[in-house]
Ligand binder design. Structure first.
Ligand code: UDP
Length: 255
């Protein structure tokens, strides 16, 4: 086993994204993901290094993938190698960002007259085209079809999976006094054509409001602290991990 945070044995760098690096592994059907400390917002116009972010997001994601797996929701997650490294199934990522909104905030409130904090029931599912050069634009189902990103059957499966994930995560976080306001998912297909949850689920990709605080700024425990220069970004991520850990103590190690 690798020591905490140490780089495990891995092959070539296959891909480097804004928050993660993806390396080949000793198996063609698996890759190794390193969670980085780089923080970006507003399509990478705002950048910073946040010490410990990689570990916190990796540790939170691993536990959430295991929680979802226990509820029958398949993901790319195989196991952890160290504090910041995760083994996952190799998938072809669908170029869609699937956003689930339980409470109105962020771009929904900038683009519509819906008031900040309005409960959305059932959750709103928004699709964005995963393309930084275009600024990840909001899509319609007709545009998804026009672009040929997925067929109708795949779209139905994606929406079903996203809503099942939301149905597991909302009560899980509510029990930890965290309101899951909204979150972004990425999905992919493995070599067998199975649809899997991929990427990460962390305070980088979710909005969490602390039910133990009534202050509109203090309650924010996610990347909005970075986006809005509120300070205490890693303290907030650490608080999310602490609560997740209280329910899911130890994620498994990858062989
Ligand atoms: N999100 C993300 N990556 C993106 C855009 C959004 O992880 O590139 C997440 C974001 O953290 C939030 C949800 O998706 O939890 C909805 O974000 P929104 O569309 O409101 O975007 P923003 O207000 O950040 O522009």
């Amino acid at each position: 086993m690798s020591p905490a945070g140490a780089s495990p044995v891995h092959g070539d760098l296959l891909y480097e994204g804004k928050a993660k690096r993806v390396f080949a592994s000793d198996r063609v059907d698996r890759v190794v993901v390193e969670f980085k400390n780089d923080a970006t917002a507003f399509n990478a116009q705002k950048k910073a290094q946040l010490d410990d972010k990689g570990r916190l997001n990796c540790q939170i994601s691993a536990r959430l993938f295991e929680l979802l797996e226990a509820k029958g929701i398949p993901s790319h997650y195989v196991g952890l190698v160290s504090d910041t490294w995760m083994v996952v199934q190799r998938v072809e990522i669908i170029p869609l960002e699937v956003v689930l909104r339980n409470v109105a905030t962020g771009s929904l409130c900038r683009q519509t007259p819906i008031e900040e904090g309005t409960a959305i029931e059932p959750a709103l599912l928004d699709l964005y085209y995963k393309d930084d050069s275009l600024g990840d634009p909001l899509l319609t189902e007709a545009r998804v079809k026009l672009l040929g990103l997925v067929d109708d059957t795949q779209m139905t499966a994606i929406e079903g999976l996203a809503r099942r994930i939301n149905a597991v995560l909302v009560p899980f976080f509510a029990d930890l006094d965290l309101q899951l306001v909204d979150f972004k998912l990425e999905l992919g297909f493995n070599a067998d054509g199975q649809l899997l949850l991929a990427d990460e689920i962390s305070p980088d990709t979710c909005r969490f409001w602390d039910r133990r605080s009534s202050d509109a700024q203090d309650r924010i425990l996610d990347k909005d602290r970075f986006r809005k220069d509120l300070g205490g970004v890693m303290k907030a991520y650490g608080e999310v991990l602490k609560r997740v850990q209280s329910a899911c103590p130890e994620p498994r190690k990858s062989l």
